[in-house]
Design a binder for this molecule. Structure first.
Ligand SMILES: C[S@@+](CC[C@H](N)C(=O)[O-])C[C@H]1O[C@@H](n2cnc3c(N)ncnc32)[C@H](O)[C@@H]1O
Length: 214
């Protein structure tokens, strides 16, 4: 469907209209700082890679955008530079050790992962929750448990996760509240009106308090 965002993406050189979802979230919450290390789960065809790389600022400020997708991804030429890398993998099979060669930790974990929808709202939401939980687990460890120092996301880092709303959305949100200073539900303008997708934004990862000794 060639809507306003499709046309805008084409005109501005983004490879997909989804660029405008991350642009809106970033404009509101400044998710990606110059020079940050970002993990982009479900990165194909690469619009979030473009937005994230732009947000890193000039090349000399450094940073990394590591995109992961179960399908192969051609890194878009427009807006991406050599700080963008891609890995073809199933995010459900990743762990901190498998990504340790890229950087010591990420300042931002993004997930726009989704399966092709099957037509059953309940089944689609359950499959989406599985992918969202996978992204959150990579970021902070077991989300249902109190904070530990596990996970790839650095202290004070941010998480953006797409989820199709359904059973489990509220519980997932409350679990995340243990791990972030603030957790928000964002409905970007570029999401299709009929879509049940929301983006859960976790701002400022909190870490466990270290035991103090007198
Ligand atoms: C909506 S698209 C992402 C669009 C992307 N953010 C962009 O702006 O170009 C969702 C992606 O999630 C990927 N995906 C689904 N399940 C995955 C998994 N288990 N591991 C990695 N990627 C997955 C799909 O292959 C698909 O490319």
């Amino acid at each position: 469907m060639q809507d306003q965002f499709f046309k805008q993406a084409k005109a501005q050189g983004y490879v997909a209209r989804s660029a405008f979802k991350l642009l809106e979230i970033h404009r509101k919450y400044r998710i990606i700082s110059p020079g940050a290390n970002c993990l982009d789960l479900g990165c194909s065809p690469g619009a979030w890679l473009q937005v994230a790389c732009q947000a890193l600022g000039p090349r000399h400020q450094g940073g990394l955008v590591l995109g992961v997708d179960i399908t192969g991804t051609a890194i878009p030429k427009r807006y991406c530079d050599d700080r963008v890398k891609v890995l073809q993998a199933d995010a459900r099979e990743l762990n901190a050790q498998k990504l340790s060669g890229y950087c010591k930790g990420f300042h931002v974990v993004l997930s726009d992962m989704c399966h092709a929808t099957m037509g059953s709202a309940a089944a689609d939401a359950a499959r989406s929750l599985e992918l969202a939980t996978c992204a959150a687990t990579l970021a902070v460890g077991d989300v249902a448990q109190p904070p530990t120092s596990q996970g790839l996301l650095q202290a004070k880092g941010h998480l953006v996760v797409k989820l199709l709303q359904g059973a489990g959305t509220q519980e997932f949100t409350s679990d995340l509240k243990q791990h972030f200073r603030k957790v928000l539900h964002v409905f970007p303008e570029a999401s299709r009106q009929e879509s049940r997708e929301i983006f859960i934004v976790g701002l400022g990862r909190t870490m466990p308090r270290l035991a103090t000794h007198d």
